[in-house]
Design a protein around this ligand. Sequence first.
Ligand code: GDP
Length: 295
Amino acid sequence: MFDALSDRLESAWKKLRGQDKISQSNIQDALREVRRALLEADVNLQVVKDFISEVETKAQGAEVITGVRPDQQFIKIVYDELVQVMGEENIPLAEVEGKTTIVLMAGLQGTGKTTATAKLALHLRKLNRSCLLVATDVYRPAAIEQLLTLGKQIDVPVFELGSDADPVEIARQGVEHARAEGINTVIVDTAGRLQIDQDMMAELSRIKSTIEPDETLLVVDSMTGQEAANLTRTFHDQIGITGAILTKLDGDSRGGAALSVRQISGAPIKFVGVGEKVEALQPFYPERMASRILG
Ligand code: GDP
């Protein structure tokens, strides 16, 4: 495991080998290599700094373990810290007992938000949770159509009021409809823009305060690298998120966005998107992601 990181730490390790414990003076090169690996995996710079400083503290305080080489012990400390920062275990989507669970989807256009909405519905259906999708993106002409098509494909109903209606009103009525029908979970898809803009945030905020969701999920494209951090900060500060879905992990991104999103918002990544098909959604597992980030 972590062959790439182990390789790149080779020269740094030479200094550690032959020494029986990790110390302030002998881990600096190793820390530099970890820093480089994280930056190459597109983890945000500030997040990397905080992470490295935590690893340094833990490594310095580490007890000598007999029979374990200090370099191996160091890798384990890095890995464990990554897993811990990303939340240690998978956290499933909320389910409110005896009531309709309300999920609000947020994110920029093109991140895979609408696809993720359908993927999530299919995932819940497989868990025997009935779903209703709500189409509030009245700005992009094809958006409602796209959700209707996806809904048909997975056999999940879609609530829409056309593209002349007010998105807040569509969301409100959609949730009301789901409750009246006794639907387990209603997932509200919202409009995304290519960039964050105040109108989008204000509308999202109005939708949120109107429907009072149990989950507000930020959809983040794992290919956006460093930008994922800024995006998360803005959405979390202005809207407040309870979780995230990281998309396009079937691409060659190393997944550093996962660490940034979690560290910045404190909210868990709940799912990852691993393809264009509606079935291509998996629960997020911190351990798997830590291995991927370390390469
Ligand atoms: P939205 O504008 O955020 O609603 O984005 P869409 O759901 O329309 O997705 C934008 C594009 O990304 C589409 O071509 C999707 O097929 C694609 N896409 C979405 N999720 C994934 C994913 O996990 N992997 C890959 N490879 N493509 C994805």
